[in-house]
Design a protein around this ligand. Sequence first.
Ligand code: 5GP
Length: 204
Amino acid sequence: MEPQRGILFVLSGPSGVGKGTVCAELRRQVPELVYSVSATTRAPREGEREGINYFFKSREEFENMIRNNQLLEWAEYVGNYYGTPRQFVEDTLEQGKDVILEIEVQGALQVKEKFPEGVFIFLAPPDLEELRNRIKGRGTETDETINNRLEAAKKEIDMMDRYHYVVVNDRVELAVQQIEAIITAEHLKKERQISRFKNWIHST
Ligand code: 5GP
């Protein structure tokens, strides 16, 4: 049987919706899902590690990555660059493994242009007041940054209709279960199964 390519899953949604938490729990539940570590120019937060949470880059290094076409997508988000290293994603999919990107909305839309066969999941806040509180509640950012993140979130919610699925992040465990259901359903799609059956039909 010819090896199947992996599926690219893109988990995206507004700032403060809890993408990081949901993605971390999803990775615990589905260890075979390969997480793509992003590059960023923002400074590491306490406890963050190079190559685990992000590849931390200077602006110059990041701009070189853009110029050399090393990024599948990139976005400037609240004053910093964030981007997905291209080669790792392509190689991993080629090896038949599923990949998950946890990225903001502008980047997700760029990936959709290049990988229309990817599966785009929008993580939505249960209500907008809750979202506002979560953005404010992180406590590690200045007022200006918080306001910028809030404005960005409003624009991002407007982008929901470009995605294939919407998961409301009311309870993390439930959101993770629903994303697991999406992953299962995507693997069961006729398009991913049919060649195996066709080969059998034609070989007997
Ligand atoms: P944070 O600074 O809180 O880690 O991330 C800020 C935002 O950048 C989050 O919405 C996160 O999902 C997004 N992000 C992280 N990595 C990437 C990436 O590689 N590309 C894009 N476009 N966004 C990213």
